[in-house]
Design a protein around this ligand. Structure first.
Ligand SMILES: NC(=O)c1ccc[n+]([C@@H]2O[C@H](COP(=O)([O-])OP(=O)(O)OC[C@H]3O[C@@H](n4cnc5c(N)ncnc54)[C@H](O)[C@@H]3O)[C@@H](O)[C@H]2O)c1
Length: 350
């Protein structure tokens, strides 16, 4: 398949690009290269004859038309987005423009291309979204997000993603565009930009800095290893039923405090502190995020039963691989720590 992947220089998009090329697909990676992008994420495939890169902004419709006309993809995997909740609290405008207007541009560019090509039956527009569109769950473990859970986004980020999901469904219903959606839980793994919780904890621990935990650390997330997510996305784009949404989770619910303590234990083992103490001693509780959702948890029944997909690792296995990757790849993360806003507490001023 020839895949047009947006956001392929970001965290999840680059995992999709690397895996797609590994599976023998062709990829055109469309990315504006914002602060969150890093072309090193796709350096391992950059010289592959099946790989092409186009620096283009999804807010620029004319640029998208040119990309579609030049590369003639069989399917679109749309991941480009502003993705950091804390940044969406400080500056929601970029989230509205990229996540909503940008998705509208992608849908219109794809619709024009698909229509001009005679509406080929195998074309797919796969929109990648988040479980945060469903809002916040109670702590009761029997209650989970299904694909039928009503949307209830509570942050500027999740509201912008919810809006984009609605647009994608509307383009499917109204124009017959062959769409499929996925909503996934929190990802982690190699190439995770060093402003998100897991890399922040690993890198602050190694630097002897505080390990900031929002509120009391009781917020629960369902952690999904990024390589597992990429695997699921490539399955959905090929086998997903048109018009359908699939929730993708890691089957790994942990409180933030449990997660950080697990990371500290892995670091204690791999990289013991010289004073004999534990990295957990660096844990510090900080002011909570405004509107911080209490719990996200995915019911993975649909993707498991219909497409036979399950995550391959537990969160402990995935975190072990992730910590090792950060220990081995300082040349990747060190320069990114100098980017605007990284290392600062964002999203507290309301
Ligand atoms: N990271 C998670 O845990 C998570 C969970 C659920 C869903 N998602 C969704 O998955 C997708 C990818 O997330 P991520 O964590 O890899 O994000 P990321 O921030 O690491 O990467 C986003 C990429 O999109 C690009 N981009 C941003 N604005 C653009 C624009 N206007 N035009 C073109 N490119 C642009 C950036 O340059 C970057 O390479 C997003 O749609 C996000 O909402 C992420």
């Amino acid at each position: 398949m020839k895949l047009l992947v947006t956001g392929g220089a970001g965290f999840i998009g680059s995992a999709v690009v690397r895996q797609a090329i590994g599976q023998g697909h062709s990829v055109v990676n469309v990315d504006a290269l914002t602060y969150a992008a890093c072309l090193d994420n796709v350096a391992s495939v950059a010289d592959n004859p099946n790989y092409a890169f186009e620096q283009a902004d999804i807010r620029d419709r004319a640029a998208l038309d040119r990309v579609f006309a030049t590369h003639k993809p069989d399917a679109v995997m749309h991941l480009a987005a502003e993705s950091h909740v804390d940044r969406s609290i400080d500056g929601p405008g970029d989230f509205i423009e990229t996540n909503i207007t940008g998705t509208y541009n992608m849908l219109e560019a794809a619709r024009k291309y698909w229509t001009d090509a005679g509406k080929p039956a195998r074309f797919r527009f796969h929109h990648i979204s988040t479980d945060e569109v469903y809002g916040s769950l109670p702590k009761d473990p029997s209650v989970m997000f299904t694909e039928d859970t009503a949307y209830d986004p509570r942050s500027p980020y999740s509201a912008s993603k919810a809006s984009s999901d609605h647009l994608v469904r509307a383009w499917g219903e109204t124009y017959g565009l062959p769409v499929v959606l996925t909503n996934c839980s929190n990802n982690y793994g190699p190439f995770h930009f060093p402003e998100k919780l897991i890399p922040v904890v690993i890198l602050n621990a190694l630097a002897g800095k505080d390990l900031p935990i929002y509120g009391d650390g009781s917020n629960i997330r369902d952690w999904l290893y990024v390589e597992d997510h990429a695997d699921a996305l490539l399955l959905v784009v090929q086998k997903g039923v048109l018009g359908r949404a699939y929730n993708i989770g890691g089957e790994n619910e942990r409180t933030n405090l449990e997660l950080v303590k697990t990371l500290c234990a892995i670091l204690d083992e791999k990289c013991p502190k010289q004073d004999g103490g534990s990295y957990a001693d660096q844990i510090t509780f900080v002011t909570d995020r405004p509107g911080h959702d209490a719990r996200y948890a995915i019911d993975p029944t649909r993707i498991r039963d219909e497409l036979g997909w399950r995550p391959s690792v537990t969160v402990e296995e995935g975190l072990e691989k992730t910590v090792q990757w950060y220990l081995d790849n300082e040349t990747w993360w060190k320069p990114l720590q100098a980017r605007q806003g990284v290392g600062q507490r964002l999203g507290v001023k309301t």
